[in-house]
Design a protein around this ligand. Structure first.
Ligand code: AMP
Length: 213
C-alpha cells in the first residue's frame, strides 16, 4: 500500500507516519528527515537544501522529486511506503503519480491530518526533536521521560531552526499557498481521508489506521 500523509507543519505527520508505516509493515519516508540528514552530513544536497529550509521555504521541486523517486526505487519500498512531507506542491504530486503509473502503481490513500492554525503555532513552539534519531517530542503535550534526552536513543533534544516563531509563520503561509491545494487534488482522485488532528495522539493514530481500509 502506498500512502501519503498530508497536513500543515506541526499537524503530527512525523509522529503518526511512524505508526501507520509500522501498521502496514512498509518504510516511513520523510523528506524533511532526509534533508536534515544531508545537512548534518554536509553533502551537496544538504548545502543546497539548507538555504531553503532555514528560511521556511520549500526546496526546489526538481531536487526534491529526484531525491524521493531515488528513495522509492530501493527494494524496501517495493511493497509500499508511507510518504511524510511529500508531495508538497502540485508539480511534486503529478511527478509522483507519473512515476508510479509507469509501474502500474498509484497512491492508494492520502490521509489529511487537520489542525487549526492557532494550535499549530502552539505545538511548533514546544516541539523538540532528537538530534540522533529525529524522534519528535513536545514540551507540554508529549515530553520525553528525562528532560532534554530522547527516550528512544538517549540523544540530545533540540529545537529545529525552522521552528523559531518567524519561520513558523512563513512555513504556514507556504503550506496554505503551495500544499493545501493538494487536498483538492487527492479529493478528486477519491483517495483523500480526513482525520481531526486535535485529538489525543493514540486516537488520531487509530483513526488514521481505520482510514486505510
Ligand atoms: P518537514 O520536516 O517535513 O517540516 O520539512 C522541513 C523542511 O524541509 C521544509 O520546510 C522544506 O524546507 C523542506 N522540505 C521537506 N519536504 C519537502 C518537499 N516535499 N518539498 C520541498 N521542500 C521540502
Amino acid at each position: 500500500m502506498r500512502v501519503i500523509l498530508l497536513g500543515p507543519p506541526g499537524a503530527g505527520k512525523g509522529t503518526q507516519a511512524g505508526t501507520v508505516a509500522a501498521h502496514l509493515g512498509v518504510p516511513h519516508v520523510a523528506t524533511g528527515d532526509i534533508f536534515r540528514e544531508n545537512v548534518g552530513q554536509g553533502t551537496e544536497l544538504g548545502t543546497l537544501a539548507k538555504q531553503y529550509m532555514n528560511q521556511g521555504q520549500l526546496v526546489p521541486d526538481d531536487v526534491t522529486i529526484a531525491m524521493v523517486l531515488e528513495r522509492m526505487a530501493r527494494p524496501d519500498c517495493a511493497s509500499g511506503v508511507v510518504l511524510d512531507g511529500f508531495p508538497r506542491t502540485t508539480a511534486q504530486a503529478e511527478a509522483l503519480d507519473g512515476a508510479l503509473a509507469t509501474q502500474d502503481q498509484a497512491i492508494d490513500r492520502a490521509l489529511l491530518i487537520d489542525v487549526s492554525e492557532q494550535e499549530l503555532v502552539k505545538r511548533l513552539s514546544g516541539r523538540r526533536v532528537c538530534r540522533g534519531c529525529q524522534r519528535p517530542y513536545n514540551l507540554t503535550e508529549a515530553p520525553s521521560k528525562k528532560d532534554g534526552i530522547c527516550d528512544e536513543c538517549g540523544g540530545e533534544l533540540e529545537q529545529r531552526a525552522d521552528d523559531a516563531p518567524d519561520k513558523v509563520k512563513v512555513r504556514i503561509q507556504v503550506y496554505t499557498a503551495q500544499t493545501a491545494p493538494l487536498v483538492g487534488y487527492y479529493e478528486n482522485k477519491g483517495t483523500l481521508r480526513r482525520v481531526n488532528g486535535e485529538q489525543p495522539i493514540e486516537l488520531v493514530a487509530r483513526e488514521l489506521v481505520a482510514a486505510l481500509v
